[in-house]
Design a protein around this ligand. Sequence first.
Ligand SMILES: *[C@@H]1O[C@H](CO)[C@@H](O)[C@H](O)[C@H]1NC(C)=O
Ligand SMILES: *[C@@H]1O[C@H](CO)[C@@H](O)[C@H](O)[C@H]1NC(C)=O
Ligand SMILES: *[C@@H]1O[C@H](CO)[C@@H](O)[C@H](O)[C@H]1NC(C)=O
Length: 187
Amino acid sequence: MASLFSVSRVGILVLLIFVLLAAAAISSDASRGQKLKKTEMSFYMHDWETPTKEENVTNIIIAGKPKTKWYILTFGSLFAYDDAITTTIDRKSTELGRAHGIYVNTALDGSDLHILVSFVFTNKAYNGSTIEIQGADRLLQPTREVSVVSGTGKFRLARGWASIETVFLDIPQSNAILRWNLTVFHY
Ligand SMILES: *[C@@H]1O[C@H](CO)[C@@H](O)[C@H](O)[C@H]1NC(C)=O
Ligand SMILES: *[C@@H]1O[C@H](CO)[C@@H](O)[C@H](O)[C@H]1NC(C)=O
Ligand SMILES: *[C@@H]1O[C@H](CO)[C@@H](O)[C@H](O)[C@H]1NC(C)=O
């Protein structure tokens, strides 16, 4: 058994070289990615449950509490959406991409939506890149903050935050426009 634990000098040397090479590889990788970039952006998200002359339905309720009318302010209501994101509040302004996501009312008193969104960009600057959002969207507050948890393409390893403000709300029709301000750190 003793021979199993006896390591030759050559073996130690080989091991040492391997460790040094690995360390060099790791440090060069780290220095390449050292510079974190900061990107700030603002856009408007058009969330439409009832069609109007200018807008089609982009958000549907897909599940809810059994034996009740499904509604955004009811605990358990689950929505899927594919909302346009545009540069200004005007729906006809430049479309930057789409907000693909779900939200589910996760507060017993109905005051909070757990929100998950992928912003999928199609504009020239970020075409094909995505930003991932997760957080507590306490929709009764005029402004609230959620997390930027990751991203792809230009936004790989993204971290940051986003503030949301409801700038248009039609409660009977369940239509809304949200303004998003994002601060994103990425490589
Ligand atoms: C609504 O849907 C119609 C038919 O698919 C389409 O032509 C139109 O561009 C859509 N409007 C918006 C604002 O997306
Ligand atoms: C975005 O990329 C797609 C696929 O590569 C391409 O067809 C499209 O023209 C690009 N859009 C812009 C605005 O560059
Ligand atoms: C977003 O940014 C604009 C311009 O700086 C500002 O007026 C607005 O209050 C911000 N919204 C939120 C929710 O922080």
